[in-house]
Design a protein around this ligand. Sequence first.
Ligand code: ADP
Ligand code: GLC
Length: 489
Amino acid sequence: MNRILYLTSELFPLIKTGGLADVSGSLPDALVKRQQEMRILLPAYPEVMQQVEQPILLASNRYYNQEVQLLETRLPGNGLTVWLVHCPAAFDRPGGPYIDDNGEPWHDNALRFAIFCLVAVDIALSRLDLGWRPDIVHGNDWQSGLVPALLHLHTNRPATVFTIHNLAYQGLFDYQTFLDLNLPARLWHPDGLEFYGQLSFIKGGLAFADRLNTVSPTYAREILQPKFGYGLEGLLRHRRQRLSGILNGIDNRVWNPQEDPHLPAPYGVTNLEQKGVNKTYLQAQLGLPVDGETPLVSMISRLVEQKGLEIILRGMEELLAMPLQLVIVGTGEIHYEIQLTEWASRHPTQMKVVIGYNEPLSHLLEAASDLFLMPSSFEPCGLNQLYSLRYGTLPIVRDVGGLADTVIDANPAQIKTRTANGFIIPAQTAPDLLATVRRALDLYRQPDTWHQLQTTAMACDYSWNASAAHYIDLYHQALADRDRDAHQL
Ligand code: ADP
Ligand code: GLC
């Protein structure tokens, strides 16, 4: 048994912008089932405070002149212990966890997440009289990046693990911010928090954590190259002995087509025909022609460059010339929202776009669709292709990151061996995207083969079973590395 402090800036079902929330809401539960003692540390955003019942006050302290309370509550659904960093000046405001209502990063993001990190450090070093001290602090993404750096300055400290969910978001701020945050001067160094003259939160994790991992084996290799490394590939190569890739799992209870409360017609592999009921229901709901035969292609995504929107938009005219319906649910960069909405308004009987974050619709759409489009230019893991597989909705993906690790292309050889479960787009171009969609539509017209692909997809096990065990191994490696490093000092 290890005591683990798990640091996250989003947590399903309390607050979610992307896959990190899903992982934080399910991996700790899988670890508890494997005898790990988990405390999840999360900022107390207003949406969080509205949903939790009567949090208990554990401790109070001041950070950067702000009053901060540490509150304890339970995660709805699985009852895990969640500790909330309640600092109204930093977190109690309308808008997203990282950006304001205009889509701009909060001007004080460095301060907000420095407060979050300092609370984590104080818990880790038993400074808050909680009677509980972690063996391991497990940080996620730049918002918790300062923690391994600050803990590294102490001898009697927990081991640290840092998970990279997306290297494109690094938490970069100017040098003045480093000074304003009063961070130890010795951390201002190219081997420390400095990144070409800027303060990099993520480097705190990458340079100092006892163990690093990312969320798929392929992405763990990709980020050693300049194309995917965003300038951090040198540091990652330097630390490659400490870096591994562990594929994300999914919460099989939340994403279960047989028991999904958002579906008019739940289904499984033995009554797959019910999937079609969800399709016609969705078509009617969205005002599309109700037709079980027309292939329905969908996308649920943050609308950002990473997700391949450029090649979709470039190929849109030809895509919509195919006999298919297209539904996109998403929110993100405004220019993508506008362009997609315009395409939909020009093709109202073929395409619908729903701008916004809509959890129930995302479940219904996964169930209703025949194909799921995910042409990401990079994808650390990706969860939507995993949900699609489980729902018998064949993913069309690029051969990158976690997509490459989970989707097996329906080429003739792999259809024959019954391993194929989706479609791989060979290169990040509109022609390749279109050719792959055409290939998928051809197979859609071959019901026996299609049924085989669906059943193979639905039989894939991407639960946390295997991956949670890998995290426990990682924790043991981190403890061993910390002790070895301490001896060498
Ligand atoms: P990322 O974390 O890069 O956004 P993932 O595929 O790992 O990509 O996870 C995305 C998660 O966010 C999935 O659970 C997906 O269903 C959800 N999601 C993204 N956009 C929306 C939206 N507009 N409405 C509902 N859920 C969404
Ligand atoms: C990030 C990545 C995504 C991954 C998710 C959860 O948001 O973009 O690929 O699935 O984190 O790890």
